[in-house]
Design a protein around this ligand. Structure first.
Ligand code: SF4
Length: 151
């Protein structure tokens, strides 16, 4: 069962091949944020489904693709699929990864916080305003992050 029938596959591939996705704040917009016992709901026993209310959250979630991409990134690095992400089971993600030939870009830098991400984006010639949009902060804060990492 996959409660998300239509995944924008080209967007999914873009997210998976962009290693900065896991450092972004997409989880703040997750539909399951207010779900009671969300952690347990999405990690049922082998072969079991999450509760219906948890799956309905995924169906309506504005960041389901980001959630799915994050799982695919981690799983390609760990080789281990567990739990439901983006409304998909481990088996469904195995099929998606195979079908789309998803290969992640090796993470050659250590992103531990917004300052690291700002530095990485700047190294890719991203403008200060676009970095501010991506991090959800002001341009002044981006300059502060870059100054920190240069110090
Ligand atoms: S898609 Fe992911 S973030 Fe969205 S409701 Fe489902 S588990 Fe939560």
């Amino acid at each position: 069962m996959n409660p998300i029938p239509l995944v924008d596959e080209s967007r999914l591939v873009n997210l998976v091949t962009n290693p900065t996705i896991t450092a972004q704040r997409w989880a703040q917009r997750a539909a399951c944020t207010g779900l009671r016992s969300a952690i347990h709901a999405y990690f049922p026993g082998d072969g079991d489904l999450p509760p219906v209310d948890a799956l309905m959250c995924c169906f309506a979630c504005p960041v389901a693709t980001e959630c799915l991409a994050t799982a695919l990134i981690h799983e390609s690095q760990s080789g281990f699929r567990h739990g439901w992400w983006g409304g998909t089971s481990p088996e469904a993600r195995e099929g998606i990864a195979d079908r789309l030939c998803i290969e992640t870009v090796p993470v050659e830098f250590d992103i531990r916080g917004p300052a690291d991400l700002a530095r990485h984006l700047r190294s890719q010639n991203r403008t200060i305003p676009s970095i501010a949009v991506e991090l959800g902060c002001t341009e002044r804060t981006v300059y502060r992050y870059l100054a920190q990492s240069a110090a």
